[in-house]
Design a protein around this ligand. Structure first.
Ligand SMILES: [Cu+2]
Length: 544
């Protein structure tokens, strides 16, 4: 059911207020009820209408045992037809929660999912139809799968799930969405308010010497988080699906949309600390942590100091050499096409080229923007007021085209949307994100890959610079299996972990090894919601 008006509902009167997130310990073979419905939620000074699972944002945290099953009965009382995708779970195809594997639940409809939890770690659930709207509105929640092996993870005093998100609030309202198509298609919708566990400000208390496990999940449409914490020690222990090959002390972790990171934190100093999101230009406070002068029991500080290598992942590394040497079986290009308005110029007039996303960047040559890598387009005749203080000049013909290496160094992550108005105008009609099979030339839904259960497939992901808008893409594969990152730009991955999403940086080539385990029709797509919704996806089949 599509809403008939030109906007989704925003009225908060009469809606229940969003409730605190609850955590549920679920027995094997149990049942759980999940209801999608609107809530009124306070974001700073604003009271806004959002969508929630069981009345809270994030939705309930489900704690289940590895190897167990759970039946989830979902009722959709939201704004549009929907599905629930169980992100990272290797389960039966018909419960994957896409419009390809089930009939979407209409508003007022329901669907029963049977979930299986093969792998320990942290997973999450979210919509798979108009994700750019429904997930942004608050539909996401975590699943923690408790390992069967008692020493799968290091010992901790406590565990916390933390979702990292952002939302765009303008004049006390959530910036409008179009019910008929996604907007902000170029860069994805960045928010201007960060939400940690659904809240603009989060605070928690820890004890001196306490070791706390943080299960971090990036639920943002497009923002990449770089998480750090001064005044405590952080140990990276896990990723998307389970533990790393080598536990490692870290200063910060990068988390792209839909990725998970498992961090153990030792609070070895008392006082007030800030969990931060750090960009090259500024830091954002994610949470305030007060470490009390009260000793944690049992004391795990000395155990925290040791770093383990995990034998199951070391065994995976031992099997990798043939795949590292082999040519990829499949090569997938990540490409953007943009319809760019080119102004009429007087005949013979010299032109200035400017970046459509960063108009302050201009050049006499059709170069690439050093900020985002986009091709500069003819802007206006020289002599008109083109702000050119950032213009880069070129002297010799050897400089006409920047080399891939130059561009790779010049452009990186888009930490912010510094062109909100331009980005807002982009839709699937004027901006097309594509996945192209470089072996056959097939694009998107015409890609016809077929694998068998038991296959190990080397796939090369190429984030092509020769694209109208090169930028990093978090590439996600549904539950056909899980994958290892073999290498990035030819550099062998030094620490293995099972993944379902990998960030492919601008201009980068990433080789992955997909371990195919589950039959069915499975999707793979960019997890920037607006990219996925405007064509950056395809499906592949796995035969039993
Ligand atoms: Cu993308």
């Amino acid at each position: 059911m599509k809403p008939s008006s030109d906007h989704f509902p925003t009225e908060t009167a009469g809606l229940p207020t969003a409730q605190p997130v609850e955590s549920f310990q679920l027995d094997p073979g149990g049942h759980f009820d999940l209801r999608i419905a609107p809530v009124a939620k306070r974001l700073g000074n604003a009271m806004v209408r959002m969508l929630a699972y069981n009345g809270s944002i994030p939705g309930p945290t489900l704690r289940v045992r590895q190897g167990s099953e759970l039946v989830v009965n979902v009722v959709n009382d939201g704004d549009l037809e929907g599905t629930v995708h169980w992100h990272g779970l290797r389960l039966e195809n018909r419960y994957d929660g896409t419009a390809e594997t089930q009939r979407p639940m209409p508003v007022g409809g329901r669907f029963t999912y049977r979930l299986t939890f093969r792998d320990p770690g942290v997973y999450w659930y979210h919509p798979h139809i108009r994700e750019d709207y429904a997930q942004e509105m608050g539909l996401y929640g975590n699943i923690v799968v408790v390992p069967s092996e008692p020493d799968y993870w290091p010992a901790v005093n406590r565990e916390l799930t933390v979702t990292l998100d952002d939302i765009l609030v303008e004049d006390g309202r959530i910036a409008p969405f179009s019910p008929s198509h996604p907007t902000y298609t170029a860069m994805g919708r960045f928010g201007n308010v960060l939400l940690v566990n659904g809240e603009p400000e989060l605070a928690f208390v820890a004890r001196h010497g306490e070791v706390v496990r943080l299960y971090l999940t990036n639920t943002a449409n497009t923002r990449i988080f770089n998480v750090g914490l001064r005044g405590a020690r952080m140990k990276l222990v896990g990723g998307d699906s389970g533990h790393y090959e080598h536990e490692a002390f870290v200063d910060g972790v990068l988390i792209a949309p839909s990725e998970r990171v498992v961090l153990d934190v030792l609070f070895d100093q008392t006082g007030q600390l800030t969990l931060e999101h750090r960009t090259p230009n500024r830091s954002y406070a994610l949470a305030t942590i007060t470490v009390r002068d009260e000793l944690a029991q049992p004391s795990l500080a000395s155990q925290f100091g040791s770093l383990r290598t995990l034998s199951d992942m070391a065994a995976e590394r031992a099997r990798l050499s043939t795949y590292l040497e082999a040519e990829p079986e499949k090569t997938l290009a990540l490409v953007a096409e943009m319809d760019l308005a080119e102004p009429q110029l007087p005949p013979g007039a010299p032109v200035v080229y400017a970046c459509p996303m960063h108009p302050e960047v201009s050049s006499q040559q059709p170069d690439r923007c050093p900020k985002c890598g986009m091709k500069l387009v003819p802007a206006q005749p020289v002599g008109d007021a083109v702000p050119n203080e950032h213009a880069h000049s070129h002297s010799g013909p050897e400089n006409d085209e920047p080399t891939g290496e130059d561009v790779r160094h010049a452009i990186g992550i888009e930490w912010e949307d510094d062109m909100v108005e331009m980005n807002r105008m982009t839709t699937p009609a004027n901006m097309r994100w594509k996945l192209i099979d470089r072996g056959t030339g097939a694009e998107g839904m015409s890609i016809d890959w077929r694998f068998r259960v038991g296959d190990r497939v080397k796939i090369r992901l190429v984030n092509e610079m020769d694209s109208d808008h090169p930028m990093p893409h978090p590439f996600h594969v549904h539950g056909a299996g899980r994958f290892l990152i073999l290498c990035r730009d030819g550099v062998v991955e030094s620490n293995l972990v099972w993944k379902d999403t990998v960030l492919v940086s601008t201009g980068q080539t990433v080789d992955i090894l997909l371990d195919v385990t589950n039959p069915g029709l499975w999707m793979a797509h960019c997890h920037i919601a607006e990219h996925h919704e405007s064509g950056m996806m395809f499906s592949f089949r796995v035969d039993p």
